[in-house]
Design a protein around this ligand. Structure first.
Ligand code: FES
Ligand code: FES
Length: 166
């Protein structure tokens, strides 16, 4: 199998790795860096369990070849936690817990990252915007109501303390 070298930034650190050219970003994160917060659900771009932020935008990492991430910045759920200055959970994570928006948790990293991308561009999203932002993330457990409420709660907290958002 042909290999390629990829150079990118993962969770605020510049990294290089030589990997099989047919690896997806999901493989690089999980197998190359043990960042297992991004999950493989469907593997074909339908469930959103593998969502990460690539250059600030949510992507299905199962659909991105490693070469497409060259030179770009990737944020996974592990980076969100580590970037918090006080080593607390990010307000979005805390709000998901508070509102009971996590059951099995398989969808949660992707949901949180899609929600983060929304809050970065819209600090006061309505229910419609929140539903649109998470429309690519499937949840089999919660029924979505608690997830929408959690994003609204996090938005309220972030309005009070804007320093929290990265
Ligand atoms: S595993 Fe990537 S969208 Fe389902
Ligand atoms: S909490 Fe189980 S899939 Fe969402």
């Amino acid at each position: 199998m042909k290999e390629i070298e990829v150079n990118l930034t993962i969770n605020h650190k510049k990294v290089s790795r030589t990997v099989p050219a047919n690896w997806r970003l999901l493989d690089l994160l999980r197998e190359g860096f043990s960042l297992t917060g991004c999950k493989e659900g469907c593997g074909v771009g339908e469930c959103g369990a593998c969502t990460v932020l690539l250059a600030g935008e949510p992507v299905n990492s199962c659909l991105v070849l490693v070469g497409q991430a060259e030179g770009k910045e990737v944020l996974t759920i592990e980076g969100l936690t580590a970037a918090n200055k006080e080593e607390e959970l990010h307000p979005l994570q805390q709000a998901f817990i508070e509102k009971g928006a996590i059951q099995c948790g398989y969808c949660t990293p992707g949901m949180v990252l899609s929600s983060l991308a929304l809050l970065r561009r819209n600090a006061e999203p309505g229910v419609k915007e929140i539903k649109e932002a998470i429309s690519g993330n499937l949840c089999r457990c919660t029924g979505y109501k608690q997830i929408v409420e959690a994003v609204q709660l996090a938005a309220d907290w972030l309005k009070e303390d804007g320093d929290y958002i990265e």
